[in-house]
Design a protein around this ligand. Structure first.
Ligand code: NDP
Length: 502
């Protein structure tokens, strides 16, 4: 049973105050039926500048700067508790904003609470190091905040990706300004309400919904912003990296993917079918790590594909709030049109449609942005459908002969985010897993996550890692300190101190 909550008002949390943004209006719609959730006034460039200005004061204020790690951690624990207490409300708002199933948005809210809790605990237990001296001095390596930072997030899992930026940024002692995607502007306002209630000093956190080309651009190029952590598409990420290079700013880039899933003939086929389906069709395929290229060993190709098609046809496509829905609507009509274009092009390229390939029919689907789970085959790994990230429920299946063949095909792609391997042979799983160019490899499972385990991509899938203890360090600047223990003038100049030259 899903309760209805009020959606956040048309107010942004900027520099510690709630007020209407001075930028262009953003319209958030409920993808399951197209109704308008809220028209929200986005942030303007002046709003961004104001948020940066206040953040600079707040981050340098001894009330924040002077806190010890365990004291900073106290804020993160309170934010974590606030999220845990508001899971139902956050899930509701996020499902209305994105169309995701309520089961998934509950899980995302709980994962956000876990992220703040983990980062608080990690912060309390982090140690600076005393490095081996090469003289009569002590050498320390300490970590300090970067200053004012920014997080730019996409629409597919907002509360979780927001938390992955805000929690380590604050843990590291920074201020952070958060810009969510324009299609999902609401849930960050819930996070702001919780952060405010946790008593975080004003100015350290602001929410700045607004167009990427205006608000995002200003955050990236403003001289005072010392780091941008971006999750989104590869082309936008490339532009941000270029601008960051101009001002020598730290960036972390979590970008797109076209991840391979590999099924060897010796795999438990039921386990593999379920894993493949979850890997590509959960979140309606709107996932950077979607296992969207499936390689099946030729010996079991026909049997496996038949099982997969039958099971895929049984997936429950439905309303975000309906119990049991597995495949909810896509985020937006424009996005569904893009998914449809990808499939149309693939068919024109000669792909064979094994299932799906269109919108579901029936009254319950008419007003929403639904699309059927789709499986394509009959193309080679060089076809566009095997190269382009679809970001929808579209899988392409390809056969392979042996280990060498599948490693070559899997790596023959611009992206390198994730990979799934299904086999009963653990030595092979290890070998192939090590040979695949990806930031994450799952063996006999897929899309499992832990905040304690670093995440990121290689090649066009990005730069840097989030999560894990080191995830906090990525928001800090390292400083080396040499402390003289000799209490004698340096021998190089000691002679010069003697006035008579003796
Ligand atoms: P976009 O790259 O279009 O947008 C991501 C964010 O960047 C949005 O907040 C967007 O704002 C903003 N943005 C757009 N243009 C600029 C700009 N010039 N300067 C600064 N910010 C800008 O991606 P999508 O929102 O469409 O998200 C889908 C993409 O995200 C996919 O490619 C997916 O693979 C990737 N992704 C990667 C993940 C990972 O961890 N590797 C995880 C999740 C998604 P606005 O909405 O206003 O345009």
């Amino acid at each position: 049973m899903v309760s209805a909550y009020d959606l956040p008002a048309d107010q942004l949390y900027i520099a510690g105050e709630w007020r209407q943004g001075r930028g262009a209006p953003i319209r958030s719609h409920f993808p399951a039926d197209g109704t308008l959730n809220r028209t929200l006034h986005g942030a303007s460039v002046e709003d961004v500048d104001l948020a940066i200005d206040r953040a600079q004061s707040a981050v340098n204020d001894p009330a924040w700067r002077g806190l010890r790690p365990h004291e900073r951690a106290g804020y993160l624990y309170r934010i974590s508790n606030g999220i845990s207490e508001a899971v139902e409300r956050i899930a509701f708002v996020q499902s209305r904003d994105t169309g995701k199933t309520i089961a998934e948005t509950r899980a995302l809210a709980m994962s956000a609470a876990g992220t703040f809790r983990y980062m608080a605990a990690a912060l309390e237990t982090m140690e600076d190091t005393l490095t081996p001296p090469r003289g009569d001095y002590l050498t320390f390596s300490v970590h300090e905040p970067l200053g004012v930072t920014a997080g730019i997030t996409p629409w597919n899992s907002p509360i979780a990706s927001d938390a992955q930026k805000v929690a380590p940024a604050l843990a590291a002692g920074n201020a952070i300004l958060l810009k969510p995607a324009s299609w999902s502007p609401l849930v960050c306002l819930e996070l702001a309400r919780i952060i405010e209630a946790a008593g975080l000093p004003k100015g350290l956190f602001s929410t700045l919904p607004g167009a990427g080309s205006i608000v995002g651009e200003r955050l990236v190029t403003h001289a005072a912003i010392r780091k941008v952590s971006f999750t989104g598409g590869t082309e936008v990420g490339r532009g941000i990296a270029r601008k960051a290079a101009e001002k020598f700013m730290a960036v972390s880039l979590e970008l797109g993917g076209k991840s391979p899933t590999i099924v060897f003939a010796d795999a438990d086929l039921d386990l593999a079918v379920a894993g493949v389906m979850f890997g590509v069709f959960s979140s309606t395929g709107q996932s950077c790590i979607a296992g969207s290229r499936l390689f099946v060993q030729r010996r079991v190709y026909d049997a496996f594909t038949a099982k997969l098609i039958a099971a895929t046809k049984r997936l429950r496509v439905g309303h975000s709030f309906k119990a049991g829905t597995q495949v909810a609507p896509l985020i937006h009509a424009d996005h569904r049109a893009e998914v449809e274009d990808h499939v149309r092009r693939a068919l024109a390229e000669g792909a064979e449609l094994l299932t799906g390939g269109g919108r579901p029919t029936g009254e319950e689907y008419d007003a929403g942005t639904y699309y059927l789970p789709t499986i394509l085959a009959g193309v080679s790994n060089t076809a566009r459908i095997c190269r382009d990230e679809v970001f929808g429920p579209v899988l392409v299946v390809l056969p392979f002969d042996d280990e060498a063949d599948v490693i070559a095909q899997a790596n023959d792609n611009e992206y390198g985010l994730a990979c799934g391997i299904y086999t009963a042979d653990f030595t092979r799983a290890w070998r192939v897993g090590r040979a695949i160019e990806a930031g994450t490899v799952w063996i006999n499972t897929y899309k499992q996550f832990s905040i304690a385990t670093p995440f990121g991509g290689v090649k066009e899938s990005g730069l840097g890692r989030e999560k894990g203890r080191e995830g906090i360090r990525a928001w800090m600047s390292q400083k080396s300190i040499y402390l003289d223990m000799s209490q004698r003038p340096h021998p190089w100049a000691a002679d010069c101190l003697k006035e008579d030259g003796a």
